[in-house]
Write a protein that binds this ligand. Structure first.
Ligand code: GSH
Length: 279
């Protein structure tokens, strides 16, 4: 692991790091915010998965998460959204597939299968690296994210409740099997086998018996992707039917941007702190 930069931020450190990833066969970058509490003890870790076109910098700069994370003593980890520059044909052609659009799954289709392994990268490789290199309490890990990253957070938490003790999402893709972004990505990375798609679809996972801790979702009513891509009502109905605890808040007038995310970031960090630290 190498340090790219470190800056003082709310009493401790905002850093950017890179490492050679075995899962993605490439150098991956990630951002870590260490709260002041991390100077004297191991602290809970909260992963934030970003959306389409984003990098490790996007939420670090735009989400305004550090002040509240410092207050609650949470470490923030903000990874990149895909491998970059691995040289696959077409990887840069679309903004919603390939670079910047890893969809937090393990691809099985060629040529993506060797490198596009963001599910295993986030759940295993990066988590173990963070636990080894930073003052992390491995028993207190939470996960949240936005849009494609909201889908990632929900699916990773639902599939691994023993690893993730808190979960939330901003404007998640609630059922990628049922929207154009997801159908394009799943066809390209997973092929046409619908059974493998269901393994990465939050709504299907809930319907098939997977459970996560109480989920918080915020969704802006003026989000330009709401009706065609995000469809929170599908996930809401599945959770209600299955008895999965969910608080879905429809926020009047907010769109899909980081102005929306930064408005409700404090509520999300408090939600995670309540699960991870009891504060
Ligand atoms: N490029 C897309 C929009 C992509 C987009 O909105 N990405 C969201 C995540 S799904 C984002 O967070 N973008 C980065 C930003 O707002 O800084 C378009 O032209 O419609």
């Amino acid at each position: 692991m190498k340090t790219l930069s470190e800056q003082a931020c709310f009493g401790c450190i905002q850093g950017f790091y890179a490492h050679d990833s075995a899962e993605t066969g490439s150098e991956m970058r990630f951002a870590v915010y260490l709260p002041p509490a991390a100077t004297s003890a191991s602290v809970p870790v909260l992963y934030y998965l970003a959306g389409l076109t984003c990098t490790e910098e996007t939420a670090t700069i735009k989400a305004g998460a550090q002040r509240v994370a410092a207050e609650h003593g949470l470490m923030l980890v903000m990874p990149d959204t895909s491998p970059r520059g691995v040289g696959l044909p077409g990887e840069e052609d679309d903004w919603d597939f390939g670079t910047g659009a890893g969809f937090y799954l393990d691809a099985v289709m060629e040529p993506w299968a060797d490198c596009y392994r963001m599910y295993s990268y986030i759940r295993d490789e990066l988590r173990l690296l963070i636990n080894e290199k930073f003052p992390a309490d491995p028993d207190r890990t939470g996960i949240f994210g936005h849009s494609m990253g909201g889908h990632g957070a929900l699916t990773i938490a639902l599939k691994n409740p023993e690893l993730y003790k808190s979960v939330s999402a901003f404007a998640p893709i609630s059922s990628p099997m049922q929207c154009p972004w997801g159908q394009k990505a799943f066809t390209g990375y997973l092929g046409t086998d619908q059974a493998s798609w269901a393994e990465y679809d939050a709504t299907a996972l809930v319907k098939n018996g997977k459970r996560a801790p109480h989920i918080l979702i915020d969704q802006g009513t003026a989000d330009q992707f709401l009706c065609e891509q995000l469809k929170p009502e599908i996930f809401e109905a599945a959770c209600k039917e299955a008895g999965q605890p969910l608080t879905l808040r429809r926020q009047d007038g907010y769109d899909h941007s980081y102005y929306f995310i930064q408005t409700f970031m404090e509520d999300h960090i408090r939600h995670h702190a309540a699960h991870l630290t009891g504060t």
